[in-house]
Structure formats: structure tokens, C-alpha cells
Write a protein of this length. Structure first.
Length: 286
């Protein structure tokens, strides 16, 4: 069974009008709220604005995170490194690049200590690979992280705006046991990519899925109101034998944190999963 979770902060009021941010003052409260509404999976957020205050990066904070997970039956399946869209270590040089890489290494080590299986690198917006040498600098930096990963189960997932052929070529250079792709439904719709081409190119490397909707060239909208072919995408996901979870990175309700809206989105995803699974089984020869 796929778990359907949410991105941290979706159960809190938005900070400064941002759709996604670490809920500094409310992060503890999200655990009992999640439990009360049947959510057992959370994606942690590490953003640049509040990284120094993020409990993931302190021993006492990690202890409290583990306690809250146990007390409320909530699992943290991934950490989204949003800070890399502001301070990408593969774009810095000299001391700046070294310091940014050290920060990323701290987050990876913290994820390992908490038992978070996936660390997501957003190669989009300010973190996109756009200059000559960015790919090589990313690889060089990650080569220093791999020894840290080896004794653990933690993996690195890339979220990228590359076209399907280019992303397939990019991910092929990384070992499949430690690196994969986090597929963002809404982003791909916004960029106008063809899901059939995407999953044919690199579907077997998809290890995580963000669920949201966007119109082509636009920003996040309520699930089902954008240009994402949700039913088709879930059929593609089922066809590759995807075993992972789904994380709701959906549009905010008008109130900012209407839990009932998030629950409704969860029901939509569960129905899409069930329909895609039925279609996949029906298509297999008896």
C-alpha cells in the first residue's frame, strides 16, 4: 500500500504568504494534527530562511523529532532541501561553495540520524543546472557525500526541470542504489512535458512523487484544475511498478491551512491509485 503524506507546513498558516516554508513556530503542533486526521507520512522542509532554527540540525531537535514521530505514529519519509535553491553548493566557488556543501552534508547526516530515507535536491528555480560546469560541480560535491550514505539506507533524489531525454542521461550517471528522481506532477505539467515520454525515459528511476497541479506555464492550483493528466500519470506510475509514497505538495486552501482540503486531496489520490492499479492488473496477461 502506498502511503499518502503531506509536505510539512501544509497544516499550518502560511509564513509571509509563501506556499511552502518550515513552520518555525508550529512544527511540533503538526504531529498531533496529522495523527488526528489520519496522516502517517510527512515530508520535512529545510529552507534557507529558517535553517539555523530547524530542529533537524541539532541533537536536541533530532531527539524531539524522533519522540514526536513515535508518539503520534508519523513517519518522516523525506527532507526537501529548499535551501539549495538559495545557496546551491554546486554554484558557489571557493569558501562560499565549501561552506554551502558543508551545510548540505550536515542535513544529510541529520537525515541519516533521524532515519529519514530520502533527501531531495531541487534542481529547479534558483537551484537549476544552467551554467557550464554546474553538473560536474554537483557530482564532485555529491562524491564527498556518498561515503556518508554507504552505511545507511538514505538516498539522494533529484527534482529537475530537464527534458525527459536529458534527465534520463543525467540520472544514468548516478548509481541506482543511492540516487533517483523525485517526480513532481505539477512541475512537469507546467513545463509541458509528456508523461508517456517521461516515464519511458526514466520511469524506473522514480523513487518519490510530489502530487500537485499546475497549468502550463503557471503556478500551483487546486488539484484537478490544472493541466496535469492525473489519471494518466497514475497509470504510468502503476505501470513501472512504483512502490513508493505520494506526498501532497498541493495548493493552499483559501484559509491557508484547511485540513479538510488536504484530506480531500488525499481521497482523490487514493482513488487515482486504486483506479490505476486496477487498470494495470487488467492489462496484464492471465
Amino acid at each position: 500500500m502506498h502511503e499518502i503524506g503531506f509536505v510539512q507546513g501544509r497544516l499550518s498558516s502560511p509564513l509571509d504568504g509563501r506556499i511552502q516554508a518550515f513552520p518555525v513556530a508550529n512544527w511540533r503542533v503538526e504531529f498531533p494534527v496529522a495523527e488526528a486526521h489520519g496522516f502517517r507520512l510527512m515530508e520535512w522542509v529545510a529552507d534557507a530562511e529558517s535553517l539555523d532554527a530547524n530542529p533537524l540540525l541539532s541533537p536536541a531537535g533530532r531527539h524531539e523529532i524522533r519522540h514526536l514521530c513515535s508518539a503520534h505514529g508519523v513517519r518522516i519519509g523525506s527532507v526537501m532541501c529548499d535551501f539549495l535553491m538559495v545557496t546551491p553548493f554546486y554554484k558557489g566557488s571557493g569558501r562560499v561553495g565549501t561552506a554551502d556543501l558543508a551545510t548540505f552534508a550536515r542535513v544529510v547526516d541529520a537525515a541519516i540520524q533521524v532515519g529519514i530515507p530520502d533527501v531531495i535536491i531541487p534542481l529547479v528555480d534558483g537551484g537549476r543546472l544552467e551554467r557550464a560546469g554546474d553538473e560536474a560541480a554537483l557530482r564532485d560535491g555529491l562524491d564527498t557525500i556518498v561515503p556518508t550514505l554507504t552505511p545507511s539506507r538514505t538516498r539522494i533524489l533529484f527534482e529537475s526541470d530537464y527534458s525527459p531525454p536529458r534527465l534520463a542521461e543525467f540520472i544514468a550517471a548516478y548509481p541506482a542504489d543511492r540516487f533517483g528522481i523525485n517526480y513532481d506532477i505539477g512541475n512537469s505539467a507546467s513545463w509541458g512535458y509528456d508523461p508517456a515520454e517521461e516515464f519511458a525515459a526514466y520511469g524506473r528511476r522514480v523513487l518519490g512523487v510530489h502530487v500537485k497541479d499546475r497549468p502550463r506555464g503557471g503556478s500551483t492550483v487546486p488539484l484537478g484544475s490544472g493541466d496535469a493528466d492525473l489519471a494518466g500519470i497514475f497509470r504510468h506510475v502503476a505501470a513501472i511498478g512504483y512502490q513508493g509514497d505520494y506526498v501532497l505538495q498541493t495548493a493552499r486552501a483559501s484559509s491557508g491551512h484547511d485540513v479538510s482540503v488536504l484530506c480531500r486531496y488525499r481521497e482523490m489520490v487514493a482513488a487515482l491509485c486504486a483506479a490505476a492499479g486496477s487498470a494495470s492488473r487488467a492489462s496484464k496477461p492471465a
